[in-house]
Design a protein around this ligand. Structure first.
Ligand code: PEP
Ligand code: CO
Length: 458
């Protein structure tokens, strides 16, 4: 092809608003387009929440996880809401994630990549656009960045100003997490500080305490050997992620930065696309294609090998290490049937991806007393099967993606305290999906360690 023809055929360079030319699912209809444009303009001018060099260092850590040199722990709320941007909720969630990562590091003998589902997890996909109660139909609640949950026309009308508030809440969350970590909250010299009050009473307490004191001994031993404090144990890296669902919000925070090529989404380190918006020709994939962040895609039971390979072509055409994570969420009853063909196709084609197991979203059910819940046994089973299926396929499970909280909620059934349907009434707080409470979260980390150890012994 001659040069002139080639340049005439060349696709125009990608822009952050390229998604607008594609069919977009799950986006709200804003009644006032001018107000939306104004908010986007304001967001473009505000300082970013993360930096490109943090994004690139996470990408490197994810590349390491692909090679089996790290394990990824990604967790947090199904949805944050504006009211939960409080000191206790943020620090307890950080504590439980730190405790889980300690269990994983100690048990797997691998560094852990820590990624929170927070500081931006404010938009939710829904199964229907509207909700009808007593003959009244209103737009559905799509998360605090879009509208409010109360069933009134005022609350449910999408309001673009909420994006400014979401950005501010994300910045406050991020600021507090960064200060806690920089101030020594995550200091390995003092893992006892990470303890939540419950640890003393939990059936898991003894195992956890043994680990913590073993770790303290190991740190002291190393320092005796070195004859000095080991300073890089004073802090850990912590990254953020959220579902990149509300594209006008993501677009407005997508920027170019000095001395780097391309575009970065500077609202989070690690955005992902949910199953409902992962269509190959859809707006969300078009948006994610153009940014340089590492990106995740949820993979559900209806995904086919062929579709998945085409999605990889679009999202990671150059097979860049660390760029693409596939987060499978099949459900305990379907994972053995659905996952192997996908693993096999990706392995056979030699594609570089990080495989992550989300044992939450394929295991949601409703109880007879009307709660959306998940059984701990199903969560456990999906994780255990995932390890086995990867081992059998010659691929590697490189991380987990969990919905959890540091609060004492009762939203998932089972676990060390054997929570039942009746217990759900006691402390069910989620407006969306049921989360593991701190105890169930820690138990999950322990079961991952046990399962991983079986694999490495085999
Ligand atoms: C979620 O992660 O909260 C979610 C909605 O997941 P999925 O897209 O896998 O259903
Ligand atoms: Co969820």
């Amino acid at each position: 092809m001659n040069a002139r023809l080639q340049s005439a055929n060349a696709a125009p360079a990608w822009q952050p608003d390229a998604w607008r030319a594609r069919p977009a699912k799950q986006l709200p209809t804003y009644p006032d387009a001018a107000a939306l444009a104004e908010v986007q303009q304001e967001l473009r001018a505000l300082p970013p929440l993360v930096t490109s060099w943090e994004i690139l260092s996470l990408k490197q850590q994810l590349a390491d996880a692909q090679e089996g040199r790290r394990f990824l722990l990604q967790g947090g709320d199904c949805a944050e809401n504006f009211g939960d941007c409080t000191s206790d909720i943020i620090s307890n969630r950080l504590k439980v994630l730190l405790q889980m990562s300690l269990v994983l590091v100690h048990g797997m003998r691998l560094p852990v990549v820590r990624v929170g589902r927070f500081a931006g997890q404010y938009a939710k996909p829904r199964s229907a656009d509207t909700e009808t109660r007593d003959g009244v139909t209103l737009p559905c609640y799509r998360g605090d960045v879009v509208n409010a949950p109360a069933f009134t026309p005022e609350a449910r009308t999408p309001d673009p100003r909420r994006m400014i508030k979401a950005h501010a809440r994300s910045a406050m969350t991020m600021n507090f997490v960064r200060s806690l970590i920089d101030g020594g909250f995550a200091d390995l010299h003092h893992p006892e500080y990470w303890g939540l009050e419950w640890v003393g009473e939990s059936p898991l307490a003894e195992e956890y305490q043994r680990m913590v004191s073993g770790l303290g001994d190991a740190v002291r031993f190393m320092e005796t050997l070195a004859g000095a404090q080991v300073h890089n144990l004073n802090r850990v890296d912590f990254y953020t992620s959220h579902e990149a669902l509300l594209l006008p919000y993501e677009e407005a925070q997508t920027r170019q930065v000095p001395r780097q090529s391309g575009w970065f989404n500077l609202s989070t380190h690690f955005p992902w696309i949910g199953v409902r918006t992962a269509a190959l020709d859809g707006a969300h994939v078009e948006y994610m294609r153009g940014i340089r962040n590492p990106v995740g895609v949820k993979v559900g039971p209806t995904s086919t090998p062929d579709e998945l390979l085409r999605l990889i072509d679009v999202l990671n055409p150059d097979d860049e290490p660390g760029r693409l994570s596939l987060i499978h969420r099949m459900g305990a009853t379907q994972v053995a049937e659905r996952l192997p063909a996908l693993l096999e196709a990706v392995r056979r084609d030699g594609r570089r991806v990080l495989w992550i197991c989300d044992p939450m979203h394929g295991n949601t059910e409703s109880t007879s007393n009307g709660y959306k819940t998940r059984r701990f046994d199903n969560i456990r089973s999906e994780i255990e099967q995932a390890f086995e299926l990867h081992a059998a396929a010659g691929t590697r499970l490189g991380g987990v993606h969990l919905e959890l909280t540091g609060e004492d909620v009762t939203e998932c059934m089972g676990g060390a305290r054997s929570l039942t349907e009746v217990d759900l009434e006691r402390a069910y707080k989620s407006q969306v999906d049921p989360r593991l409470n701190y105890e169930q979260a820690l138990e999950t980390a322990m079961l991952i360690v046990r399962k991983h150890a079986q694999g490495t012994r085999a």
